[in-house]
Ligand binder design. Sequence first.
Ligand code: B4P
Length: 195
Amino acid sequence: MINIILIGPPGSGKGTQAKQISEKYHLKHLSTGDILRNEVKNQTPLGIQAKAIMDRGELVSDEIVIGMIQNFIDNTSNTNGFLYDGFPRTVAQAEALNKMLMAKNMSVDAILFMSAPDEVFIERLQKRAEIEGRSDDADINVIRKRLAEYYEKTFPVKNYYEHHLTNIFYTINANQEVNKVFQDICSIIDPLVKA
Ligand code: B4P
C-alpha cells in the first residue's frame, strides 16, 4: 500500500494531476477540496459552515478536515494506496496524518511539491473562474487571500516535510504543460510501484 502526498499553492494543478495519477496507479484519490465542495453542494451542516470559510479564501478548521480524512481512510478497503490531494495544509494536519498512518502500520512514500511562480497560479484560477464558475476563484481578492493562507499555513508544511522526510521529498516544476508535469511525476512514482 503506497501513500503519496501532493501539496502546492492553489491553482498549482494538484487536482488536475491527482486525477491522472490515481487512475494510472489505481490509488484512492482523497481531495479535501472535493469532499468539502460536495458537502457544500449537499447543504449538510458541515457544508453550510465550510462554504462561508471557503468563499473567504480561508482554510477550514483542522478538526473538521482531520475527521474527514480519518473517516475516508477507515472506510476504504481494497486499494493499492492513497493519493492525498490538498492535504495536509497545516503542520497540525501533517502530524495527524502521521499518527493515522502509524496506527495502520503505514507511512508516507513520497511528497510531491508543485512549484511555479505566483502569477501562474493567479492566471490559472482566473481562467478557471470563467470556465467552471467556482465561487472561490471569482474574486481576485479571494485568490490573493488563498495565496496568503498558503504562505502562512501550508508553506510550513512544505518545510516540515523537506526537513523531516528529505529523501522522499520531490519538487515538481508545475509551470509546464499538463502532460509534461504528469511525465515528471510518473518518473518518481514508477519505481515506488515496482519496488
Ligand atoms: P482545493 O480544492 O484543494 O483547490 P485548489 O488549491 O484551489 O486547486 P488545485 O491546485 O487543485 O488546482 P487545479 O488542479 O484545480 O482547495 C479549495 C479550498 O478548499 C481551499 O481554499 C480551502 O478553503 C479548502 N480546503 C481544501 N483542503 C483543505 C484542507 N486540507 N484544510 C483546510 N481547508 C481545505 O488547477 C487549477 C486550474 O489550473 C485548473 O483550471 C486547471 O485546468 C489549470 N491547470 C492545472 N494544471 C495546469 C498546467 N500544467 N498548465 C496550465 N493550466 C493548468
